[in-house]
Design a protein around this ligand. Sequence first.
Ligand code: FES
Length: 103
Amino acid sequence: MMGDYNAVATAGELKPQQMKRIVVDGRRLLLCNSQGELYCVDEMCSHEDYSLYLGCIKDGRIKCSLHGSYFDLATGNPSCEPAVEPIRTYPVKIEAGRVWVKT
Ligand code: FES
């Protein structure tokens, strides 16, 4: 723990387009690497109770594999239906060789 931030991975642990399931403060989240940038979002889709971990990362977005909605990893906003609600996003930083997430 560093301030409000929790260590969730080591720096360099995730390769581009990889994601990791993490639990922070009881929340199920995904740490995502899109083209070398790290993002943290809710694990579950906003459309139905379905894990985005089963989807894939593409061009700064994560795809839900159940009905095909994409969510922007930076804002959480869906870019196509059927999802209309955003997913939550969380601040990420890299410090002291670790990846930190704030909830
Ligand atoms: S459950 Fe994700 S788009 Fe329907």
